[in-house]
Design a protein around this ligand. Sequence first.
Ligand SMILES: *Cc1c(COP(=O)(O)O)cnc(C)c1O
Length: 418
Amino acid sequence: MREFQRRKDTMLIGGVSATKIAARFGTPVMVTDEDALRENYRALHRAFNAVFPTRVHYACKANTNLSILRILEQEGSCIDAVSIGEVDSCLRAGFSPDRILYTGVGVSEEEMRQVVERKVPINVDSIGQLRRLAAIDSHHPIALRVNPDVGAGHSQKVVTGTKGAKFGIPKEEIVQAFAEALRLGFSPKGLHAHTGSGGSDPTVFGRVTEVLVDIFERVRSELGLDLEFLDIGGGISIPYRPEELRPDLDAIAAEVAGKLKGSSVRTLVVEPGRYIVADTTVLLTRVNDVKSTPVKDYVLVDAGFNTLIRPAFYDAYHHVAVANKFGQQAQLKYDVAGPLCESGDYLAKERYLPKVEVGDLLCVYDVGAYGFSMSSNYNTRPRCAEVLVWEGKPFLIREREGLKDLLRHQKVPPRLSQ
Ligand SMILES: *Cc1c(COP(=O)(O)O)cnc(C)c1O
């Protein structure tokens, strides 16, 4: 959670009044602070490079807005992409193919061909995929993804590294897989694992590094293959609740570097998504109704799980403030719910806020990661606008969708036409 300044009772985002942004661009709207984004990237890059030569691959599934990608391209970031759509967005944003690593699961032949055509290195997820790729181009640059049997995450839904997860090549078969890659003609460049999302415990990052170093050295000694990089994936958490602490980047970096000491690894790769973008962006949403029931009081806003699905999907906590009563005392307890026709449609539960009235503007914190990127058109609602604030000025970086966008791809057979 970032701290926000206020002017009188109005919250400021990067120096700009939240109420002015909402009045000018409408609601719901997601607002990103460019300085915060650059700071996050630099802090991460600095912490790891202070202890080991490290490349940061931003996991762009967290947020693929082109302006955000442009900023990270300028900062020197590389990319972790999980689909051809992400690859093309990053190429469009100016990343050269060699700065992108494509990590898919259950990848179609068609998509593999497209990635190969674009000369983007592929992080291979299974031995079957390795063979299918060899049939397309057995000299394509690759890395292999291992399932390290080290899992972590803020929700069972985001743990990826445990035995039995659908991701990666089982630990027991990974050296074999490198041997098979060599046999097929590849010169593998790296070894990768990703434990899951939302960890802050340095020992988890240390454990996965240990597993990877062990494989790295076995590949070297048993197969004579000298890999270029060791990639420990992403998953660094952020504090979503006021009482939570920021993860200690220096401690994580030190723990990881400690495990790399004495190994033949020359380059470390880390792939954070959430850590880089989550706290750079807030969601502004207008209060349409305030309702009392015999059990609880509701604030009903114009953003539901179509706009921000994390609370409904993961039971995730997002901090909420009243942006136009920012300095005021919290007095009443509310659930904050959206406009969708589902009782699971909520943004926040049991929050103490100043007395809320229709027309107030709520600010939902930390939506920069998996906010817009997981949003949908459910209930036939347009996706929200996105705004970037820089040097005290807001700039529209994505227009709000309209009905035309929602209907664009539908076709009605002539016999049903009016
Ligand atoms: C999702 C993902 C990440 C990033 O996870 P965060 O929790 O956002 O840091 C990194 N690597 C891979 C392969 C992923 O799938």
